[in-house]
Design a protein around this ligand. Structure first.
Ligand code: GLU
Length: 296
């Protein structure tokens, strides 16, 4: 029998919750509750240089003001490096992960281009001689991954050609997002990953690691990301304004509308969720990776 639905929201605490991340939070929460599932929260604060003090508490307060309350323990990636190290050790032991001595410069000079820019040509696959190891990468030779996204449809990648041997452990001594997310989704028993389509192209990398670490692969649903007029994802870098905790009802309503749902005017957050949970329709979510904001 399939395990019962368990979803999650996994924000990076690089600033307060803004409209772009609210859309992902709302989609994951509504889909989980509509399916009678659990909804967990995980703070992705692995990238300590980018983490902002207080942002995690701020995001949690905004989610609570929006009536989105997480089940179970809230985990933070910064406390879990030993678990990621064990997963990396497993990939090293199976000969799949290798040390890489190349500098950022050498990699950027690669003539190979994939869907995210420079593709690492696998220079260190055969060893690094006496050069010091900077990072750890995973060998993607001959790996094809295909999956069916509930909104975006079928995604097929030739990992070696489209992405290249990607980093598992960074030169700045931080486990890479791709490794941590896979370990944590499995540890939290996540059955359904609902998130922004900016991560659609990361999913084949994650499925590859799940397969090699013998972890289950969740179902995936990627919602369109909110972009500005220049086509840039709303983020702290593009100065997206924080969600005002005194104005959550209009923000939630706008987020739901972007997800193709048509909530009636509600007098309170409770009333809004009481309508949304039974009426949530995955099939109404626009089948696009990006959706521009119509108002400034
Ligand atoms: N922490 C990532 C972000 O905020 C999301 C990761 C995920 O949902 O897998 O973009």
């Amino acid at each position: 029998m399939n395990p019962p639905y368990c979803g999650r929201f996994a924000p990076s605490p690089t600033g307060p919750l803004h409209f772009g991340s609210l859309v992902a939070a709302v989609a994951s929460y509504a889909d989980a509750r509509h399916h009678g599932g659990r909804w967990l929260l995980r703070i992705e604060d692995l990238d300590t240089p980018r983490s902002v003090p207080g942002a995690s508490e701020d995001i949690r307060a905004t989610l609570a003001a929006c009536g989105m309350h997480a089940d179970g323990e809230i985990i933070a990636q910064s406390a879990r490096s030993e678990v990621y190290a064990a997963a990396l050790a497993q990939l090293r032991a199976s000969g799949l992960a290798y040390a890489c001595a190349c500098s950022r410069r050498e990699i950027a000079d690669s003539a190979l281009r994939g869907i995210e820019g420079a593709v690492y040509p696998g220079t260190c696959r055969t060893g690094i001689g006496d050069r010091p190891a900077r990072a750890w990468r995973v060998n993607t030779h001959g790996v094809q991954i295909a999956f069916e996204d509930a909104v975006q449809g079928r995604v097929v990648q030739d990992l070696e050609r489209d992405i290249g041997d990607f980093v598992l452990y960074r030169a700045d001594h931080i486990h890479a997002y791709q490794l941590a997310v896979v370990v944590d989704d499995a540890a939290q028993g996540i059955t359904d990953v609902v998130r922004g389509a900016d991560l659609l192209d990361s999913t084949p990398r994650q499925i590859y690691l799940q397969q090699r670490l013998k972890l289950p692969t969740p179902r995936y649903l990627h919602v369109p990301v909110a972009v500005n007029a220049a086509g840039e994802k709303l983020s702290k870098q593009t100065q997206a304004p924080a969600i005002d905790r005194a104005q959550t009802l209009p923000a939630l309503t706008a987020a739901l509308q972007r997800l193709g749902q048509q909530p009636p005017a509600a007098g309170s957050i409770e009333e809004l969720w009481a309508w949304v949970i039974p009426h949530w329709r995955r099939e109404n979510i626009p089948r696009q990776r990006a959706l521009p904001m119509t108002t400034a």
